[in-house]
Design a protein around this ligand. Structure first.
Ligand code: F0G
Length: 411
C-alpha cells in the first residue's frame, strides 16, 4: 500500500489512521489523506495499471487501503467521457466533453467514494455506517452496505429527496430516517451522533470518500490520452467532489502522468449558493444560507461541510464558484437530453448550465478543452423530468387516429 498520512488541511496536524477521524482534533478543520505520489506512481507502473480496465480500482496503488482488505466493489468508475459535437455546434465551442457519472452502479458519482469508504469501514472493523444525504449518498451507501453486510442508517430531509433515490435506499435495506428539517440539520445530527452511537460516517468529510472520488480526475486524463482538460465545470453542494477532482488532477500531475491541471469552475444553484457568494464578495468566511432552495435537490445545501477545502481547491486551480438560476439548470438538462442523448438529474446538468452562463458572459475561451461533469442520472428524479416535458397524447389504437395526430405521412 502507498504510504500516507491523515493530515489537517489547515494546521497540518497528523491523525491516527486506525480509527475514524473526520475533523482535526486541534483546530477542527477538515482532514485529508496525503499520499506519497512518487511511491504511488512507481507502484502503479510496476503493476502495469494501464493494462487494467478503467475503474476506481485501476488506480488501487494510489488509494490508501491495506492490500489485504477485502474490496467492496460494484465495478464503479470507468464512466464514459463523451465528445459533444451537437452541443459544440449549438454553443459555438470547439472541444466539449461530458463526463457522465450517472452510469455508475447506483447512478451517481457517489459510488466512487463509497467503494473506498465502505472498504475502509471493513478495514476499521466498523459494524454500522451512516450518512446525511440529499439522496444520492444514501442510495449509494445503502447499496455498498448491503454488499458488505453492514448495518446502514441514513438521514434525509423529509419530502425533499428525489423519488428514485429514496426507492434505492429503501430497496437496499437501509434504515431510512426522514428528518423534519433540511440537509444541513441532518448533517449536523450525523456528526454529533457518530461517536456516541458508534457509527462510521460516510459523508464527504470522510477523507477516504475523497480518495475514491479523485479517481474521476485520473480517469478523465487517461480517457483524453494523457492530456488534462483546460477548464472543468462541476456542480458544488457540500464541496466534496470539486475538492476531490482538484486533488486527483494535482496528484496525477505530480506523478508525471500528465502535465498541468485544469482550472475548476464550481457551479451552484442561485437558491443554495453560499460558496458562490464567497467568491463574489471575495470573502474568506462562509455565511450559511438558512433556507436553501433549488429544483436541483441534490445540491440543496446551505451550509456546505467541505467549504474550506473546496474554496481552497477552486482558488488554487485558478477557478471560482458561481451560481445559475434553476431555469438555466433545467434548460441545460433538456439540452443534454435532446442534443446528446444524455439524461442527467438536474444537479447533473448544473455544470453545463455554468458553462452556458460563462459563454454568455465571455468568461471562457471557446477553443479550450472543456469538460463538464454530469454527476447523476436523470432516472433518479422522474418527477422533475415529467413536469417539464410534453405529456403523452392518448389516442385510439387505429391507423386513422395515429395518422391524424402525426399530421399525415412522414417524409
Ligand atoms: N451532484 C449530485 C447529483 C449530487 O448528489 C451531489 C451531492 C452533488 C452534485 C454535489 O457534490 O456535495 O460533493 O459538492 N449530493 C450529496 C448527497 C450531498 O447527499 O447525495 P458535493
Amino acid at each position: 500500500m502507498v504510504s500516507y498520512e491523515i493530515r489537517c488541511i489547515e494546521c497540518g496536524q497528523v491523525h491516527e489512521t486506525d480509527r475514524p477521524a473526520y475533523a482535526c482534533s486541534s483546530c477542527g478543520d477538515l482532514l485529508e489523506a496525503v499520499i506519497d505520489e512518487d511511491e504511488a506512481a512507481q507502484l502503479l507502473e510496476e503493476n502495469e495499471y494501464d493494462s487494467r480496465p478503467l475503474s476506481v480500482w485501476r488506480y488501487r496503488e494510489a488509494i490508501p487501503v491495506e492490500e489485504e482488505t477485502r474490496v467492496v466493489s460494484l465495478m464503479e468508475g470507468g464512466t464514459p467521457l463523451i465528445r459533444c459535437r451537437r452541443l459544440e455546434e449549438e454553443l459555438g465551442v470547439k472541444n466539449l466533453w461530458i463526463k457522465f457519472e450517472g452510469t455508475n452502479p447506483t447512478g451517481s458519482f457517489k459510488d466512487r467514494g463509497m467503494t473506498v469508504g465502505v472498504t475502509k469501514a471493513l478495514e476499521l472493523g466498523m459494524k454500522v455506517v451512516t450518512c446525511a444525504s440529499t439522496g444520492n449518498t444514501s442510495a449509494s451507501l445503502a447499496a455498498y452496505a448491503a454488499l458488505a453486510d453492514l448495518d446502514c442508517v441514513v438521514l434525509i430531509p423529509e419530502g425533499k429527496i428525489a423519488l428514485g433515490k429514496l426507492a434505492q435506499a429503501m430497496m437496499h435495506g437501509a434504515d431510512v430516517l426522514a428528518i423534519k428539517g433540511n440537509f444541513d440539520q441532518a448533517m449536523d445530527l450525523v456528526m454529533r451522533a457518530s461517536d456516541d452511537l458508534g457509527m462510521y460516517v460516510l459523508n464527504s468529510v470522510n477523507p477516504f470518500r475523497i480518495e475514491g472520488q479523485k479517481t474521476a480526475a485520473y480517469e478523465i486524463c487517461d480517457q483524453l490520452g494523457g492530456t488534462t482538460p483546460e477548464v472543468l465545470y462541476i456542480p458544488v453542494g457540500n464541496g466534496g467532489n470539486s475538492s476531490a477532482y482538484w486533488k486527483g488532477f494535482k496528484e496525477y500531475d505530480t506523478m508525471d502522468m500528465v502535465s498541468g491541471c485544469p482550472s475548476i469552475r464550481g457551479v451552484q444553484a442561485d437558491g443554495a449558493a453560499p460558496i458562490a457568494a464567497m467568491f463574489e464578495e471575495n470573502s474568506t468566511e462562509l455565511t450559511p444560507v438558512e433556507t436553501p432552495d433549488t429544483v436541483a435537490t441534490a445540491i440543496r445545501i446551505g451550509n456546505p461541510a467541505n467549504w474550506t477545502k473546496t474554496v481552497r481547491a477552486l482558488r488554487e486551480s485558478g477557478g471560482a464558484a458561481f451560481s445559475v438560476p434553476d431555469e438555466e439548470i433545467l434548460e441545460a438538462q433538456k439540452f443534454m437530453a435532446r442534443l446528446e442523448g444524455i439524461f442527467p438529474e438536474p444537479a447533473g446538468a448544473a455544470a453545463l448550465a455554468g458553462l452556458m452562463r460563462d459563454l454568455e458572459e465571455d468568461l471562457v475561451d471557446r477553443s479550450s478543452l472543456i469538460v463538464c461533469v454530469s454527476t447523476g442520472h436523470g432516472l433518479k428524479d422522474p418527477d422533475t423530468a415529467i413536469s417539464q416535458s410534453v405529456r403523452p397524447r392518448a389516442i385510439d389504437p387505429t391507423m386513422e387516429a395515429l395518422s391524424r395526430v402525426l399530421g399525415g405521412p412522414k417524409e
